[in-house]
Design a binder for this molecule. Structure first.
Ligand SMILES: Cc1ncc(COP(=O)(O)O)c(C=O)c1O
Length: 386
């Protein structure tokens, strides 16, 4: 079956954050929305059908996740990333942001130092600051060849830190971290007893030619010193179903985390998230392959356009995620001017880079998970405005 990612779907009026909150967020309801990270593609038919089938049932009462549910995730991770996990290591979480907040609350103490690597997914900052932990920033370094980690600084910071929240692959800069990079990070963390929370929500959105390396798959020691978060929600566009998985191979750590989460009752979940996730994991290989092919086409299209038509923008080709990260520093305008121009002259609703940390100043994150015709229209509007 050939899936149609070119189809334009009108999402307005569905209480959809990306479209229906444009007026609130951008002060303009008609910007092309390429911000919040969900996709404008239709839900895979086999997932919709599984949900409808269950919805026909008479009762939507309390439901548990059976072994087959976790086995479907074990099998997906084995097939796609060659990491052998066990269903006993897994627990449910209603979203990964929820999971790293709960991990911070349940596994660290107030005042503990937690390292993040900006520019990075903004809820990482909030998870540390909102619970009175101490934020330690280990900024990525922007090189000619793309963003890299600052291991020398990390060596120093790890001496007193308790946890590191890793975006693997990295949102927003689109790096699919190599084995060697993760090994070096993992060794520094091991040596200093820094627990690694590896947020792998984008792991199934890695472009051809690159490979996702699950942090915990690199060694038994890393597995024992880490928490991995996985979800079908980005890959299959199921974010509204609030369903994801936390994987903790270390028994003591898992018990501590699971007991804490249970004490908050955050582990209840919902019937439809369970069904959608399991169906995606069991039947989604072909849809996923076609999706990656389409997103890769969008990334290539946008990259070539920018290099050709707007060469003052600095861009590294995304290795992973469906976002691209554009640096407008060479335009010589302020961040506020950049933001204003993007909304009011280009007519685009993008994520201002500075929400991902001060390193994101003069940058914009653009969500390319939409039909190519929209990407083309948006880039042409950007070109005219700039
Ligand atoms: C790195 C990262 N983690 C987590 C999330 C969201 O996770 P959830 O919706 O499962 O809370 C996102 C969404 O963009 C993300 O980029």
């Amino acid at each position: 079956m050939i899936y149609d990612f070119d189809k334009i779907i009108d999402r307005t009026g569905t209480e959809c954050v990306k479209y229906d909150l444009r007026e609130n967020v951008f002060g303009k309801a008609d910007v092309i929305p390429m911000w919040v990270a969900d996709m404008d593609f239709p839900t895979a038919d086999f997932i919709r059908e599984a949900i409808i089938e269950r919805a026909k049932g008479d009762v939507y009462g309390y439901t548990f996740r059976e072994d087959a549910y976790f086995e479907s995730i074990v099998n997906w991770i084995q097939r796609h990333h060659q990491w052998e996990t066990k269903k006993e290591w897994m627990s449910f979480t209603p979203g990964i942001v929820n999971a790293f907040n709960l991990a911070v609350m349940g596994l660290t103490k107030e005042g503990d130092e937690i390292i993040i690597q900006p520019p990075v997914y903004h809820p990482f900052f909030y998870a540390v600051n909102n619970h009175n932990r101490k934020l330690v920033e280990n900024p990525l370094i922007d090189t000619e060849d793309g963003y890299v980690m600052d291991f020398d600084l990390l060596e120093q910071q790890a001496k007193t830190a308790k946890m590191l929240i890793l975006s693997n692959p990295h949102n927003p800069v689109g790096r699919a971290w190599r084995k060697e990079e993760l090994k070096r990070l993992g060794e520094i963390c091991m040596k200093n007893n820094v627990l690694v929370f590896s947020d792998e929500i984008h792991c199934d959105l890695v472009m051809p030619g690159f490979k996702h390396v699950p942090f915990a798959s690199l060694s038994e020691e890393f597995a024992q010193n880490s928490i991995t978060a996985h979800a079908a929600s980005k890959t299959f566009n199921l974010a509204g179903l609030a369903t994801s998985t936390v994987i903790i191979p270390n028994d003591d750590l898992r018990n501590k985390y699971v007991n804490f989460v249970h004490s908050t009752e955050a582990d209840m979940g919902n019937i439809f998230g369970k069904i959608a996730t399991m169906t995606a994991m069991e039947k989604g290989d072909e849809w996923h392959a076609q999706l990656i092919n389409y997103i890769k086409g969008n990334i290539d299209f946008a990259y070539d356009f920018i290099k050709r038509e707007m060469p003052k923008i600095r861009i590294h080709k995304a290795e992973a995620t469906y976002m691209i990260w554009l640096n407008f520093k060479d335009y010589g305008i302020t961040d506020a001017e950049l933001n204003h121009k993007m909304i009011h002259e280009a007519g685009l609703g993008l994520n201002a880079g500075n929400i991902f940390g001060k390193e994101g100043e003069f940058c914009m994150r653009v969500n390319l998970a939409c039909p190519r015709s929209i990407v083309e229209k948006a880039l042409n509007q950007m070109k005219s405005a700039f």
